[in-house]
Every structure is written in C-alpha cells, then in structure tokens.
Design a protein around this ligand. Structure first.
Ligand code: FAD
Length: 472
C-alpha cells in the first residue's frame, strides 16, 4: 500500500531540495485535455536537474509515496492525472529542465532535457540546419519526456517512424533513485537488454526520463502538399500505393480526412480555409519532402492525374506555395479542435493492418448505426492509424448520449481486435485503457509486463494505476 504525502513529509522533502523546487500546486496541473479525469491534489515538485529528480525519487521510495511524472499535460488517456482515491502523490513536472544540452549537426544528433517543448526542439534543430521530424497537433505544449513516455506518433511516422525510432539514448531515474546514464549517441549498441526501449512508451511506470539523445535528419529542401478528394477509404488506400510508387521515400505524410470532420469545422464557425466549396465525403492530405532540384508540385500533379485515371480521385488542389501548404495543414490540425468543440461521446485511437482499414470502416459504420451517433473517422492512413470518434446528432447535447459511450467503445474495440488491430495506436494506455489492455492484451505479454514492473518498481510508486492495475 502506498502512503499519502503529509505536511510532515512535504517539509522533510523540502529540506532535502533547493528552495523553490516544491511549489504550490495550481489547478492546471490536475487537468487533462478531455476533462474526463479530474486529477487529485498532489505535492508539486519542479526539479531543475537530474540529481534533484533522483533525490525526489529516493525520498518517495523511502516513504512509499506515489510519483506522477508530468510533461506538457497533453496526453489523451489520463496518464498524467491521479484519480481521487489514490493517496496524495508527488507530481514531478520536468518543465524547468528544458536545456538543449548539445547539438551534433555532423552526427545528425542532439541531446535535450525532458522538459523541452517539442516546438522548441524542432526550432533548435532547424537553427542547426537539421530536421527533428516528430510533428503533432500538440507540439506547442507537449514535452520530450511525455512524448517519449507515450511513444508519440503524429503526422510523419510514415517516413520517419514513431518517437521510439527517433531516439538514440535515454537518461532516466529508475524507481529506486538510481540514474540510468544511457545518454549515448550510438547507432549500433547491442549490449544486452535495451532499457531505452523499455522506458519509451512506459508512460512513467518504470522511471522518470530526464534527457534524451535524438536522431536528426537533413531538411528536405523541396516541399509540397495537395488535398485530393477520394471516393472512399478504399480509394484512399489505393491512392496511397500510387503515391508511394511515384514519390518513393519523398512521401512524408498521407492523412485521411472525413467530410464529417470538415463539416464540424464549419458547424463550429472555424475558419480553416477549406479548399472546397462543398464538403467532400472523403479527402486525403498528401505531403512531400524531396531532394534538391526535384519538383514537388509536378510530382503531386502526377499523383493527382494517376489517381484520376484510375477513378480514385474526383477533385483536388495542389498547393501553389508554402502558405497554401500550411493552410492545408491548418485544416487537418483543426479537426481535433472541432471535435473538442462539438464534444465527443467516445474517442478511439486505433490501428489496423493497412489492407483491412476499408473493411473496418464499413463494418464499424454498420455496427454503430443503431446508436444514431455521428462518426468522425480521420487520421494517419499511411500508418493504418485512425482516430475513430463518435458524436451526438447535430443540435443535441453530448451529455444526453454519454450513456452510449461504453457500448460504442466496446463495439469499436471488439471490431478492431477482430481485424487484428490495436486499441491504442499512438496515445498509450494511461488510465483510460487499463481495462482494454486486460481484456485484449496477449496473456504472455501481460505476464512479462507485470514481471518487469514488479522487478523494477517493487513498491509500485511509479505512476501507480497507469497502464497496469496496482497488484495490491
Ligand atoms: C491537440 C492534440 C493533438 C494530439 N495529437 C497527437 C498525435 O498526432 N499523435 C500522438 O501520438 N499524440 C497526440 N496527442 C497526445 C499527446 O500530445 C501525446 O501523448 C504527447 O506525447 C504527450 O506529451 P506530454 O508532454 O503532454 O505528456 P503528459 O500528458 O504530461 O504525460 C503523458 C504520460 O507520460 C508520462 N510522463 C510525462 N513526462 C514524463 C517523464 N519525463 N518521464 C516519464 N514519464 C513521463 C506521464 O506520467 C503520462 O503518463 C495530441 C494531443 C492533443 C491535445
């Protein structure tokens, strides 16, 4: 059993840390973007160094107090908030640890602290003439520690991989307070179990990440984008194959957009500069990054023409300049905001084998029809990752339909598993999907996960209740 942080324990911890590390907590630290999980009160710690993090962890281990690591607080599965019944924990926010420790441009590598905001990491890489390709709607707030801990995906996974693929080394504090100095910039290092990959995606349940060595890339000098109207998800998938044949590794993103998402933007009065007068049923956003001297606009026209010829594409716009490309992305990134404003009854972050995406969308649409909800299905089609969210009928309040949420989720997740997919593609398990992991997870994998958790964190102090249910 964990113990709560009392006033006496707070005073004892404060005495072991430099002044100002423990602060008065404000409501923002106890919130998450979907307002589904009100966080319980906690003692707020803002360490300024890895050694201070280690001191806090050693203290928590000595007193059996829960630790809740926090980055930008943008996680969508409630991993960054502790439920009401939990004993009062220490919330460790890495926000003061935001130094770019080193940039090794010639090596295509940089070393950053876990509190760095993603947009700042991207900007630092750009200043060095390099690209850090991780990109997602929350990049202005999400911090490297959170991104690593959730193995975030985003829009460029098709080309550059998930966060996991962008990490060379990790520095972290383990649950007993030891510092794991894995901050290496090696591209080959087969020296036993790879602790880096265990900590990435662990959602703060195996330690606190304090810094990372990241992989950089050359910046593609020629970029372009197009939005093409497609008849169906099946047509979108076939167009993806055409685009891959034509653009090869130059294809950076291939996003599926449903008409419902664009209609929501209009319904909510959002000016996202949609390029079509009439809302299409389905569209795709294609983004290219090409080597010097190649012409993205011409290549996109070629994809458009090939798609048109095969009757996959009926209309489309190729961006004529960078501003128009940015407008297309504004429209794509406006979808989660429109969803938030409309208010989802239930949201699902799923992935499927690519060839089964159209069958899933068809089957799920039929299975959910009896609930009378609106569906906004969009996402990173190039990765088989869909955000499959359901909403109340137009003009009706979300609250009146919330009783359908569990049923909708069960239908969606059962169908995902029947199509050999995943109920959590990129957001993680957090507290929202602990039950799903128990229901759908591979038993051998669950056994190994519990064994690893028990071995590294025998007291269960690291983000208790996230990913795995506490064993006692
Ligand atoms: C508008 C919007 C768009 C989004 N788009 C995407 C998207 O395209 N792709 C995607 O994958 N996600 C997306 N997300 C989800 C979210 O941004 C990511 O999950 C992100 O990685 C969370 O980072 P964070 O710093 O906000 O972490 P937090 O929310 O603070 O924490 C997330 C988890 O990581 C743990 N954690 C945080 N810091 C550390 C640390 N230093 N050490 C150990 N554990 C830690 C927390 O305890 C928690 O379990 C989106 C969210 C929003 C609001």
């Amino acid at each position: 059993m964990l113990e709560p942080m009392t006033d006496a324990l707070t005073a004892a911890l404060a005495a072991r840390l430099p002044e100002g590390v423990l602060r008065e907590i404000t409501p923002a630290y106890l919130e998450e973007p979907r307002s589904k999980y009100p966080g319980r009160d906690a003692v707020l710690a803002l360490p300024g160094s890895t050694e201070e993090v280690a001191e806090i962890v050693r203290f928590a281990a000595a007193h059996r107090v829960g630790l809740l690591p926090r980055g930008g607080g943008t996680g969508l599965v409630g991993g960054q908030v502790m439920p009401d019944k939990a004993p009062k924990p220490i919330l460790v926010s890495l926000e003061r640890m935001r130094a770019v420790r080193d940039i090794h441009a010639a090596e295509n590598a940089m070393v950053v602290e876990a509190g760095c905001v993603l947009a700042d990491v991207q900007a630092a890489a750009e200043q060095a003439g390099r690209l850090f390709p991780l990109s997602l709607g929350s990049e202005g707030s999400a911090r490297m520690g959170g991104l690593l801990s959730t193995n975030a995906g985003g829009v460029n996974v098709l080309r550059y991989g998930n966060t996991r693929d962008l990490v060379l080394g990790i520095e972290a504090v383990l649950p007993d307070g030891q510092v794991f100095n894995g901050l290496r910039r090696l591209r080959k290092d087969n020296t036993g179990y790879d602790l880096r990959h265990l900590l990435i995606g662990a959602e703060g349940t195996l330690g606190i990440i304090t810094a990372a060595a990241l992989r950089l890339y050359p910046r593609p000098p020629e970029t372009g984008a197009a939005v093409l109207v497609v008849e169906s998800p099946d047509a979108a998938l076939r167009l993806l194959n055409l685009a891959q044949q034509i653009a090869g590794p130059g294809l950076s993103a291939f996003e599926l957009i449903s008409g419902q998402g664009l209609a929501f933007q209009r319904e909510m009065g959002m000016d996202t500069r949609q390029p079509f007068e009439e809302v299409p049923n389905w569209a795709v956003l294609i983004d290219l990054g090409l080597p010097q001297g190649e012409a993205p606009q011409e290549m996109l026209e070629q994809i458009f023409a090939a798609g048109f010829e095969e009757e996959l594409v009926s209309d489309g716009v190729v961006a004529q300049n960078e501003a128009q490309r940015q407008d297309f992305w504004l429209m794509r990134e406006g979808i989660p905001e429109a969803n938030r404003l409309v208010g989802a009854v239930a949201s699902h972050d799923i992935s499927l084998p690519l060839s089964l995406v159209p069958a899933f969308i068809d089957t799920a649409g039929v299975a959910l029809a009896e609930l009378g909800l609106r569906i906004n299905c969009f996402g990173h089609l190039g990765d088989g990752n869909l955000h499959y969210n359901v909403f109340p009928p137009q003009g009706e309040a979300r609250d009146a339909h919330l009783h359908l949420a569990a049923k909708a989720t069960r239908i969606v997740h059962d169908l995902v598993m029947a199509h050999d997919g995943s109920f959590s593609a990129e957001h993680g398990v957090g507290r929202a999907k602990v039950g799903d992991l128990e229901r759908y997870g591979d038993p051998a994998k669950l056994w190994a996960m519990r064994a690893i958790k028990g071995a590294l964190d025998p007291l269960g102090i690291m983000n208790p209740g996230a990913v795995l249910r506490p064993s006692c």
